[in-house]
Design a protein around this ligand. Structure first.
Ligand SMILES: Nc1ncnc2c1ncn2[C@@H]1O[C@H](COP(=O)(O)OP(=O)(O)O)[C@@H](O)[C@H]1O
Ligand SMILES: [Mg+2]
Length: 372
């Protein structure tokens, strides 16, 4: 029987408690994940062959514009996708256990104690007609052997920990009686209540004021460090990704277009899409007086199996090859660090430089995008 690295002092661990990641084992491994939605309008390959491993206590950032498949990926890991009209493929290992075949019902026993999720909007995660304290107590009682009074004590401790003053009083309130920031903290307390090995945070601060955003992110990081909890942080905010993640995956049209250590990916982006995202991100802008560019065009609405690179229509470097052939994820020159890119003409390479030069000279890309 493994001991829980996340166990708190004075708490006993039930012999049937679910396993958490062992030393040297990844907390979460996703292998060749695919998700298709079959709708009357056609099939949408929302997650296209994504693989990654999340080390114990590490943070994996997932960035990309709206519609790129980030939430679907997270829900697929959580087994939260609807059963109808959805096809999935690939393997998911949670603390070493294969959970790929599990339906939502069987997955319940892994929720909370092995993997938990924090959403953008706490109102979708909290039960509106139940006092917030009771929601946390109930979850603790369902997943741990703690008695009711122990669970109540733990709930108050958790609420204090996430920065909620007067936890006894707050426990008795309903979600609508709390501010947005307070509700987000309650949801985080709920997610942490059974000491998950992995926390998936999907835009956890997007709905909050900037000042509260930083507080919540710092809180998540603190909790993570104390618990050696792995975290998947989904955000469209590159500034958050830069500050709070170790590794980064950049998604576009359901695919990973670039991945690697966060610092390296942001300092030396290799994908033209990552470069464009960086240019459009004011918070990471280099000198204060550089003119901000917006990212022209939109991500594809329905992601079919187009022949070429999904980003080609919006890419300043696009050549004929990009329209007919799909690039594979390959290691960059700094490949030892795991930095990979899905592009025929990566930024910072002679080929990429040449492609941009050709397009600038002719004033248009192979996909017809006009360049100034
Ligand atoms: N339940 C669903 N049925 C059909 N298509 C869906 C469903 N949920 C998401 N999608 C589609 O999957 C794609 C990815 O969506 P999502 O993961 O929510 O994007 P993101 O979180 O990156 O903004 C989008 O094209 C979206 O329309
Ligand atoms: Mg989303």
């Amino acid at each position: 029987m493994m001991s829980r690295p996340t166990g708190r002092e004075g708490e006993t661990v039930h012999p049937d408690a679910p396993q958490v990641a062992e030393k040297g084992q990844d907390a979460l491994v996703v292998d060749n994940m695919d998700v298709w939605f079959h709708t009357p309008a056609g099939s949408n390959h929302a997650v296209d062959d994504i693989s990654f491993a999340l080390g114990v206590g590490k943070t994996m950032g997932i960035v990309g514009e709206s519609g790129s498949g980030k939430s679907v990926l997270a829900k697929s890991v959580m087994r939260l996708l609807p059963a109808r009209g959805v096809a999935t493929g690939g393997q998911v290992l949670l603390c070493g256990n294969d959970i790929s075949g599990l339906g939502t019902r069987k997955m319940r026993k892994h929720w909370g104690s092995e993997v938990a999720m924090v959403f953008q909007d706490a109102l979708t995660a909290l039960n509106p007609v139940m006092r917030v304290g009771d929601q946390i107590v109930e979850q603790i009682r369902e997943h741990t052997p703690l008695s009711r009074s122990e669970a109540i004590a733990k709930t108050h401790r958790l609420l204090t920990e996430v920065g909620i003053p007067s936890p006894e009083l707050r426990s008795r309130q309903y979600p609508h009686q709390l501010s947005g920031g307070m509700r987000q903290r309650v949801m985080i307390a709920l997610a942490l209540s059974c000491d998950p090995a992995v926390l998936i945070a999907d835009e956890p601060t997007t709905a909050l004021d900037v000042s509260i955003q930083a507080q919540i992110m710092d809180l998540l990081r603190e909790e993570q460090l104390g618990r050696k909890m792995g975290m998947v942080l989904i955000t469209h905010d590159l500034g958050l990704a830069a500050n709070y993640t170790d590794e980064l995956m950049v998604m576009y049209g359901g695919q990973v277009v670039e991945r690697g250590p966060t610092k390296e990916v942001l300092a030396q982006p290799s994908s033209p899409y990552t470069e464009a995202l960086l240019r459009a991100s004011p918070r990471l802008a280099n000198p204060p007086h550089t003119r901000l560019e917006t990212l022209p065009g939109r991500p594809p609405a329905i992601l079919g199996e187009s022949a070429g690179c999904g980003f080609a229509p919006r890419c300043r470097r696009a050549q004929e090859r990009c329209l007919v052939e799909r690039p594979r994820l390959t290691l960059t020159e700094n490949g030892e660090s795991g930095h990979g890119v899905r592009c025929f003409y990566p930024v910072g390479t002679p080929g990429g430089h040449e492609a941009l030069k050709i397009n600038v000279e002719r004033g248009t890309t192979a996909a017809g995008l006009e360049l100034r």
